[in-house]
Design a protein around this ligand. Structure first.
Ligand code: FE2
Ligand code: FE2
Length: 144
């Protein structure tokens, strides 16, 4: 994550450090609670949210999709953190799905991450609003 923060120092658009992970975690968990169908444990949602963009530095350096790279990088961290292999599969799938369209038949965690990734951004106060492709297609629906 520190590597990402360093590589994004000059980035005008949203950055992907710790606070982005925390914001996505809070919004994704709220979404899951509100939806009320299946309640995923908070630890699973927060782990997935904190790790969902961890592959960004790989994408910046190699061009590999950061969702795939992120899942690969997250695996040893989740193992070291004591998650069960079942929980790890749920989290890795959510990380892989976080860039897909939320209505694209995703797992609950993938859908929550994909939505929260947009909803957790403060586009209203962003100086790069008019240049951002995310603002154009997603945020206007939320803000106006
Ligand atoms: Fe991402
Ligand atoms: Fe993100």
């Amino acid at each position: 994550m520190e590597r990402i923060v360093g590589l994004e120092k000059e980035r005008r658009f949203c950055k992907h450090g710790f606070d982005h992970g925390l914001n996505v975690a809070r919004v994704a968990y709220s979404y899951i609670l509100e939806k009320g169908e299946v309640i995923l444990p908070k630890e699973i949602v927060y782990a997935a949210a904190f790790l969902h963009d961890i592959g960004r530095w790989v994408e910046y350096q190699t061009g590999e999709d950061h969702a795939e790279a992120g899942a690969r990088l997250a695996l040893p961290l989740l193992e070291a953190s004591g998650f069960s292999s079942e929980d790890i599969q749920v989290i890795l799938r959510g990380i892989r799905e976080h860039r897909r369209h939320p209505e694209d038949n995703l797992t609950l965690l993938g859908e929550a991450l994909a939505l929260a990734d947009d909803w957790a951004r403060d586009c209203r106060h962003c100086s790069a609003q008019t240049l951002c492709y995310k603002f154009n297609y997603a945020m206007k629906q939320i803000m106006y």
